[in-house]
Design a binder for this molecule. Structure first.
Ligand SMILES: CC(C)=CCC/C(C)=C/COP(=O)(O)OP(=O)(O)O
Length: 455
């Protein structure tokens, strides 16, 4: 580590030092926040001329977003950079102005990679390191991949058409493209097609379950469905109400199809993917028990259950299911046993969703959200509770940043699971719910899948 320190941090450019700081941390190398001391006065405040270095400030902001727990100097750096970027943002030239705008909306390390790529591929032409060949290759690759995604989208749309017509659950959200987008945010590279498709289908099947619990089923029907899924036996179909029979059978059939995608030595994975579907169902049932009886749980109990229902574990196993041999049995165990990465992604998902829901209003049978439970338990206003839940999103991101060092041995997997957190930031930023209100992501879907980057 000291060799990295000596060789890489001698520059006096804030941009260079903080870019290196960020890249090393993102690749799992611990770099101390002390590396920023040369840009500070003796009292720990930043040198005043930094406020006039927009590129440096932006890189500092990106880098400080990789902070972990108990790193006050980076907390301060983040506030300092954010404040000054907000002050100068109106006076910046293109493309820095657009880059700052994007970063203030969703900090770069918390956003999905392909979204930044759409803009940066073109902006790169104005970078001092510009190389026309690299840009051309990036454009070709971006546009070529769009065709791959369109083929996959066609296949999954046909799958959904067939499934939705058969199960005929009129109350359920019709969101297959959005499920595919969610999955693609976690794994966009061509070689992850198997994981991408399985995860997209898993999310769609989970949405059907969630909508059944939140929109339609009686409490007794929720209990029966949960029990039948727990036993996972087609013969139990007779116990279910008429309208859920076909859904239940199709769930089992789809998981059998997932199993068919596995190589003989991977067959153990089927038990994991079934488990996470059953687990999320159990958390939906607990929420239904609370909401049908009008019970408002303690904040602690609510978060315990609702972080589970927010899908971190489900998505993590959905990602691992289709990966190659890097996803060992040990990694599956790590992912299913409330590892820090998986739990923190669940927290980002739950808290971002609840912040959006509070603004939008809940579904008719939704459980009281973390915001409402916090308000009741602490007798505080919605502003105080929203600020608390917002701070818990930042807390979860610190854990995710820490995990880059803790599990550097499986960094690519940690990153793919963390991409779930990033996808949630993208879909739910500014208290919107881009999954349920999909018109909010229509333009994004077009630029990711339909509009090529101009050559
Ligand atoms: C990441 C996962 C699990 C995706 C599956 C689709 C889904 C249930 C999205 C959240 O919907 P919602 O906002 O209605 O969720 P909830 O009812 O849990 O608040």
């Amino acid at each position: 580590m000291s060799s990295i320190h000596n060789a890489e941090f001698n520059s006096s450019s804030l941009h260079e030092v903080t870019l290196r700081f960020r890249l090393l941390r993102q690749h799992g190398f611990w770099i101390s926040a002390d590396e920023l001391n040369k840009f500070k006065n003796e009292d720990g405040s930043f040198l005043s001329d930094i406020a006039n270095d927009p590129k440096g400030l932006l890189s500092l902001y990106h880098a400080a977003n990789l902070l972990t727990h108990n790193e006050e100097p980076l907390d301060e750096a983040l506030l300092f950079a954010r404040h000054h970027l907000e002050v100068i943002r109106c006076n910046l030239k293109s493309p820095l102005a657009e880059q700052v705008k994007r970063a203030l909306k969703i900090p770069l390390p918390r956003n999905i990679k392909r979204e930044e790529a759409i803009y940066y591929i073109l902006e790169y032409a104005q970078d001092e390191t510009y190389n026309a060949t690299i840009q051309e290759l990036a454009k070709l690759e971006f546009n070529r991949l769009q065709r791959v995604y369109l083929k996959e989208l066609k296949a999954i749309s046909l799958w959904w058409k067939d499934l939705s017509e058969y199960v005929n659950l009129g109350y359920a959200r019709d969101r297959v493209v959005e499920c595919y987008f969610w999955s693609y945010c976690c794994l966009y590279e061509e070689e992850y097609a198997r994981s991408r498709i399985v995860l997209a289908k898993l999310l769609k099947l989970t949405t059907l379950l969630d909508d059944t619990f939140d929109e339609y089923a009686t409490l007794e029907e929720c209990r029966v469905l949960s029990k039948a899924l727990e036993r996972w036996d087609e013969r139990d179909v007779s116990l279910l109400p008429e309208y859920l029979k076909k859904f239940f059978l199709r769930v089992i059939e789809n998981f059998r199809d997932f199993d068919d995608l596995l190589e003989p030595h991977e067959k153990y994975r089927s038990a994991y993917i079934r488990s996470v579907y059953k687990n999320i169902c159990k958390s939906y049932l607990q929420e239904a028990e609370w909401s049908h009886s009008g019970y408002i749980p303690s904040f602690h109990d609510q978060v315990n259950v609702s972080v589970m229902s927010a899908g971190g574990q489900l998505v993590a196993i959905g990602i691992l299911f289709g990966l190659g041999d890097i996803a060992t049995n040990e990694v599956f165990e790590w992912a299913i046993k409330k590892s820090c990465t998986v739990t923190a992604c669940g927290e980002v998902s739950r808290f971002m969703d609840d912040l959006a829901d509070f603004k939008r209003g809940r579904n008719k049978m939704d459980v009281a959200s973390s915001v409402e439970c916090y308000m009741k338990e602490n007798n505080v206003t919605s502003e105080v509770a929203l600020a608390k839940v917002d701070s818990l999103v930042d807390h979860a991101w610190k854990t995710l940043n820490q995990e880059l060092f803790e599990r550097r041995d499986i960094l690519s997997i940690v990153n793919q699971i963390t991409n779930f957190g990033r996808s949630v930031m993208f879909l739910y930023h500014d208290k919107r719910d881009g999954y349920t209100n999909s018109e909010q992501v229509k333009d994004a879907l077009e630029s990711h899948y339909i509009k090529p980057v101009p050559m």
